[in-house]
Ligand binder design. Sequence first.
Ligand SMILES: Nc1ncnc2c1ncn2[C@@H]1O[C@H](COP(=O)(O)OP(=O)(O)O)[C@@H](O)[C@H]1O
Ligand SMILES: [Mg+2]
Length: 381
Amino acid sequence: MRPKDPYIGREILSGQFRILQKIGTGGMGSVYKALQPDMNRMVAVKILHAKLKARKDLVARFRREARAMSHLTHPNTVKVLLYGELEEGELYIVMEYLDGRNLNQVVRRDGPLSVERAIPILIQVCGALEEAHQQGIVHRDLKPENIFLTNSAGMQDYAKVLDFGLAKVTERELRPGSIMLTQEGMVFGTPEFMSPEQAQGQTLDRRSDIYSLAIILYEALTGKLPFDARSSMEYIQLHVMSPPIPLDQRLADKTFPTGLGDVIAHAMAKDPNDRFTSTAEFAEALRTYAPSSFMPDWPPMAYASQPIPLASGPVSAPGATVRPDRIPADEPSAPAANLPTSVEVPHSHAVPPRMTSTLVVVATVSVIAGILLAVLAIKVF
Ligand SMILES: Nc1ncnc2c1ncn2[C@@H]1O[C@H](COP(=O)(O)OP(=O)(O)O)[C@@H](O)[C@H]1O
Ligand SMILES: [Mg+2]
């Protein structure tokens, strides 16, 4: 029998929240459904795995996620209500609770989505990303598992972007004088959705997110990825070196509206300079394929939430005490040198179920990619 999760049934933050059940788990932590009795509402609480709290790099990353998300107010980004640290040092993020499924679960359950269903989802996600990008935040881990679909307020497939765990504030946005810790040479993300530049450990900008979004759309429409690979490593190589299988050739029994495949191919160009320059531009191109009932500016920005209240002063609680939010205002990016040095690379299928979660891969991958590129260059010349 598996040991009982120590958080289930526990009250945190002076009894403000009672943890009810686990709703998700990933490399960094677990996500729980919790009750906030005072507000008579459910929330979601993400807690960094207790065993990881000695890992300064991961703690920094979790804090970065909380901070990045708390600055975002777009209605299609999950709303952060509170974040901070519990008495034993576990970091937490309290978010609005979302009722529904993530996009990977939906595609696995319902099969590939129709164009009419997939395009509005992607346009909403582009809206959320546009706000992040304008703030200099690159998500870097866009994949179906990080896009949640709710049916709130009578709307179907209301999309919410989750998990800014790998998000990074770009250099441009850093305050003068702060040190940019380079991630050059490091590869991290999820291999199936990685842009070529991400696969090679290069510096990323918004165009890397656009590439990942195109793959998400491709997979939502076909149930397949644009490459056939058997392992994570192979996906990484194909992103760098191989043209994607055109959308119109992926399924024998399904056709797509003329031009949609070109829009996806444009967003997936190997060279970021050849892609759309913003998610707004990508969304504009997708709009042609949205059903007429999908309102161009829906959901309106007027629904954007208010600035996020952060955890206030210390409060004591039996069992679990919270300290005031101690997330520093301008903490630098996670130090590259401390990232995990080994990665399990599970074998994959071309179709979900997916084998990988977010990976942090060391330079070896980019070295391999580099060697492969060299081999390719030799072949060409
Ligand atoms: N606010 C939320 N409401 C409901 N479910 C959520 C919420 N946040 C996350 N989840 C579920 O938990 C899963 C993991 O959450 P995520 O933030 O992506 O964590 P990780 O860093 O572990 O990948 C998601 O795919 C989703 O199914
Ligand atoms: Mg996730």
